[in-house]
Write a protein that binds this ligand. Structure first.
Ligand SMILES: NC(=O)C1=CN([C@@H]2O[C@H](COP(=O)(O)OP(=O)(O)OC[C@H]3O[C@@H](n4cnc5c(N)ncnc54)[C@H](OP(=O)(O)O)[C@@H]3O)[C@@H](O)[C@H]2O)C=CC1
Ligand SMILES: CC(=O)[C@H](N)C(=O)O
Length: 262
């Protein structure tokens, strides 16, 4: 049986380039998407030579509406594509009040709007086929407002919610949706974000990260958190969240709000 082609955003470096390497070695044809076409062509030439798979390179800036539309069209029309890896993203150093509106718009555009639009473009075809996979790269930062990377973390919380919601909606229709939540991983994201090198935490090897994410993928896990050593902690967290749900149906405020503040 022919393996589905895989479209990977942010495939010019780091986690995306490593996904490209791993899927090529599994025998999948690829579509690589990012801004730096030279780096993708170099990666594609190496992987074609080493694995024999077919690789197309699409230059696109996912902060630019017309470029996102180009990738959406490819996802809608190219029926060979059966896996979307929504990986492209960026981080931003600095305090919220010092970050510029333009930088924040780019951060939110690439990390959330593009992720949503690409998933939305491919979902109808996957649902009609009753097959397909959407992998969204979030971050543990989306679970920890206390880290102080507020807007970056908010984009990753969006990715996590979107993924869990889509898993709930699309799973019964045959479409697998996975959220991958890396923690600090050794890629260019830190220097690109302008992070102070003395503040960078110990980092996971990018190959180890992607191999663990693919283990979760093969198991059809909804949320994969490679650095989390005790998986039962995630299950307990989800259990605590779901335990609140019946209360959300209450039609009167909780007693603690019925006493006037002193
Ligand atoms: N490394 C880490 O510690 C962690 C990373 N992540 C997430 O992993 C994902 C990949 O990042 P990582 O590999 O670490 O970092 P890199 O900086 O190495 O890679 C980011 C990729 O995204 C692409 N990209 C960035 N901006 C745009 C844009 N406007 N349009 C198209 N492509 C773009 C870059 O390509 P180009 O410049 O060619 O466009 C590059 O291929 C991100 O979503 C990140 O948030 C999550 C948790 C931890
Ligand atoms: C820059 C970061 O904080 C990193 N990409 C992460 O998500 O952990």
């Amino acid at each position: 049986m022919t393996k589905p082609a895989v479209l990977i955003t942010g495939a010019s470096s780091g986690i995306g380039a490593t996904y490209a390497d791993r899927f090529a070695r599994r025998g999948h044809d690829l579509v690589l998407v990012a801004r730096n076409a030279d780096r993708m062509e170099e990666l594609a030439a190496r992987l074609r030579a080493e694995t024999g798979v077919t690789i197309d390179v699409m230059q696109a800036d996912l902060a630019v509406d017309a470029d996102v539309a180009k990738v959406e069209a490819r996802l809608r029309d190219d029926k060979r594509i059966g896996v979307l890896i929504n990986n492209a993203g960026l981080a931003l150093a600095g305090a919220f009040e010092a970050q510029t509106a333009a930088d924040l718009a780019q951060l939110v555009g690439v990390n959330t709007v593009a992720v949503l639009r690409l998933a939305h473009a491919v979902a109808p075809r996957f649902v009609a086929e009753g097959a397909g996979a959407i992998v969204n790269i979030g971050s543990v930062v989306g679970l920890v407002p206390e880290f102080g990377q507020t807007v970056y973390g908010a984009t990753k919380a969006f990715v996590q919610f979107l993924s869990q919601g889509l898993a709930h909606e699309l799973g019964p229709k045959g479409v697998y949706v996975q959220a991958v939540l890396p923690a600090g991983t050794a890629t260019e994201i830190w220097s690109r974000a302008g992070a102070d090198p003395s503040q960078v935490p110990p980092l996971m090897d990018v190959g180890a990260l992607v191999d663990a994410a693919l283990t979760g993928f093969d198991r059809r896990e909804a949320v994969t958190i490679p650095p989390l050593q005790d998986g039962a902690q995630w299950d307990a967290y989800q259990g605590a969240r779901l335990a609140m749900v019946p209360s959300f149906g209450a039609t009167v405020p909780a007693p603690r709000y019925l006493e006037a503040a002193q």
